[in-house]
Design a protein around this ligand. Sequence first.
Ligand SMILES: Cc1cc2nc3c(=O)[nH]c(=O)nc-3n(C[C@H](O)[C@H](O)[C@H](O)COP(=O)(O)OP(=O)(O)OC[C@H]3O[C@@H](n4cnc5c(N)ncnc54)[C@H](O)[C@@H]3O)c2cc1C
Length: 367
Amino acid sequence: MNDYMVIGGGVMGLLLARQLAADGATVTVVEQGVCFGEASWAGGGIVSPLYPWRYSSAVSALAFQAQLAYPRLVEELLAETGLDAELEHTGLLMLDTDDESEALSWAAETGKNVQSVSSEFIRAREPGLSRSFTRGLWMPEIANVRNPRLGQALLKSLHSNPHVQILEQTSVVSLTGDGTRILRADILREGRQESLTAGAFVVTAGAWSRNLLAGLGIELPVVPVKGQMLLFRPERRLISTMLLTAGRYIIPRRDNHLLVGSTLEHTGFDKSTTEEALTSLHDSAVALLPELAKYPVTQQWAGLRPGAPQGIPFIGRAGKWENLYVNAGHYRNGLVLAPASAKLLADILLGRRPDIDPRPYDPCSNR
Ligand SMILES: Cc1cc2nc3c(=O)[nH]c(=O)nc-3n(C[C@H](O)[C@H](O)[C@H](O)COP(=O)(O)OP(=O)(O)OC[C@H]3O[C@@H](n4cnc5c(N)ncnc54)[C@H](O)[C@@H]3O)c2cc1C
């Protein structure tokens, strides 16, 4: 029997498994599809909340710690696996924001680098940007990570870790307890039902977490929020900075690929892409960067964000169960928050003193 069963192999599950195994614990990761195949693959990988001053201090606390942790994480994974998650400090240019003074006050309070910039700065920084943008906010320190590569690197590292077992194409159908402790997970693998046990169980099932916990009488208000994205593959570098306006963004990757995101749709667990989103995202992208009109969209996809109230994730022990924990509900910020969120839960599980106050994320609190 392994010490922990981690249910869900997205960024939350894999980073938690890495943290626990680093402390010598044994971990089974159970993933119903392929690891990093859902929101963690679909996301844009901006290592900051969009408009970070609009978030609560609970989200900022995790974001600040994770932003510091990312360079080391990516370096360690590169050294261990040879796979580069391409953390690129491109900076983020936010155009025509209507709450500039709030942003600058937040920057003064938190010590973050946010600058109000003029059209001259914007043009010098990104000559291809539409001339219609005359004011902006510039955050030079913001990075993006190539999240599918992060997933590949994490998986390669975990596959070679003797403390970690990864079961893909294996779905946890239900959890069974004796009223105090969870005793086993009932799983479905290759059409067969089996039971697996562990010392403790952690639900990192993203948008699906609510369903799993509902069977135990736990009401976790996490809902799927669909996001659609587009990919362009220009043959040359069109921009070197992440651009954001009215909630729509363009992310440049190292190989000149440009990701355009994203929609926010409450359509349940439906992950289909739509013509409407294609047109809307395409129009937003061309309004930012007119030259993009010359290039075809080479890919469109959708993912399900795990939406929680105020975007504050649930991290900690779940309900009355002594050995049941959750790390879910990171909404639009799971990639940025993941290293800090996994560390906080690992600290709780391993009895270490957490360096972030866990109370705002308590799954048992009423929100
Ligand atoms: C379009 C889009 C853009 C985004 N952009 C960004 C961004 O720029 N920056 C950022 O920080 N965040 C971004 N996000 C949000 C981020 O992707 C998510 O918050 C994050 O990936 C959530 O990670 P997770 O591990 O909780 O969930 P997931 O990655 O969804 O992983 C959960 C896993 O659990 C598995 N699972 C579910 N139920 C079971 C079960 N019963 N048994 C076994 N396995 C199960 C699923 O198959 C899945 O693989 C974006 C999301 C989307 C959709």
